[in-house]
Design a binder for this molecule. Sequence first.
Ligand code: ADP
Ligand code: MG
Length: 451
Amino acid sequence: MTKLKEKWNQVLALLEPELTEISFSTWFKPIKVKSIDEKLNIIHLTIDNNMAVDLIKDRYKSILENTIKIVYGNDFGFTIEYFEEDELLINNVGDKEPEFKDELYLNPRYNFKNFVVGNNNKFAHAAAVAVAEAPSEAYNPLFLYGGSGLGKTHLMHAIGHHILKTKSNLKVLYVSSEMFVNEMVSALRKNDLRNENNMGEFRRKYREIDVLLIDDIQFLENKASIQEEFFNTFNTLYTLNKQIIISSDRPPNKLVNMDVRLRSRFQWNLVADITPPDYETRVAILINRAELDNIEIDEDMNDVINLIAEKIQENVRELEGALTRIISFSKLMGEKIDIPFARKILKDILSAADFNVTPENIKKKVCKHFNIKIADIESAKRARQFAFPRQIAMYLCREMTDLSLPKIGECFGGRDHSTVLHAYEKISSDIKTNDSVKEIVATLESEISGK
Ligand code: ADP
Ligand code: MG
């Protein structure tokens, strides 16, 4: 039995040279042999990734079947199913130095090799790998969303690098939505001034590419004419079967100030989210970061990494920033990195970041207080356990920030300004009549402002 299981390594050894490095390590390396049915000659495999199950059954079925036959015998077959494992996966795919093309704005550090895979992003990562491997075939469009600093841009650049490296005939264009807007505005302006057809040029540029990566699409909200132009670009590319990859800080249905036709197109195929990393993933990201900087991870460094991972939970950019800051301060001050030193540096970072009065922080602290999820407070759920915290959070946003009612509504799943006003009036009057509400609001106000 164990021998039969050991043979699995031979299967892998045969498969490896047949596949690209990244396919091999994403789809095949994580496969586990669950059991072998020696009567029916079936190998039961599991993998902790739903998408891999589909892909293997679909695209890689015959290569895997043939290899199993070579190793186990001609009458062997396999089954594969999804099996959740909470063990963390660090992707060690060996992307070589990517070809760096200036005009593409691709950061060479943002490749698949440097991307740490955890439960928070494994679906988005798998989708990105699938698209990078088979543009226009796997998922089109691919829509990635998640909060700031969680790795969306990193994944998009990684897709770009991979396609450029493996399919050099394809034209890949990465743009931030801001760049798209600026280019279009400047083309329009030139059109007016010189009566030249710069819009024609702009359109041609965007419609002649094979892969369009457009980052932070939420930036197009409230810009109707630009949405119109992007709608046309999208349609042209899609009709020509070109790959489109979009990122956003919110899911399509929360982009309330976006043309409904665009919103629906964003959901035509695969929508994948990235959430904040769990503790183990945060540690893995920090270790990865330290290794990239050739920092030796001794016991003190290890403790410091654990401390940072404990303190900074919501944002990978800040997580890495904290480590980088500790490292550069230690160099600057000639002090050794250990827990007391790290605490000193972190204190500044944490107090500054934590007491920023933003809707995000308000939502975070309110949710923590009531022990509910941020997604619930942003959702349309009407149960009192969600509706009451939501009203409190809206009230605090109105009281503690300069944001307008519609802006506050946007922060709560795109609600109407009248809903915000209603919440504000309701809590204001509750405070006057109900001491427990008054106390909750006072506690939260001091937690949020740090005073
Ligand atoms: P977003 O575009 O979602 O705001 P970025 O892609 O810019 O976030 O990521 C912010 C920083 O965090 C980048 O330096 C990126 O390399 C890093 N990062 C985010 N997620 C990961 C990850 N899973 N593994 C390694 N680095 C990551
Ligand atoms: Mg980004």
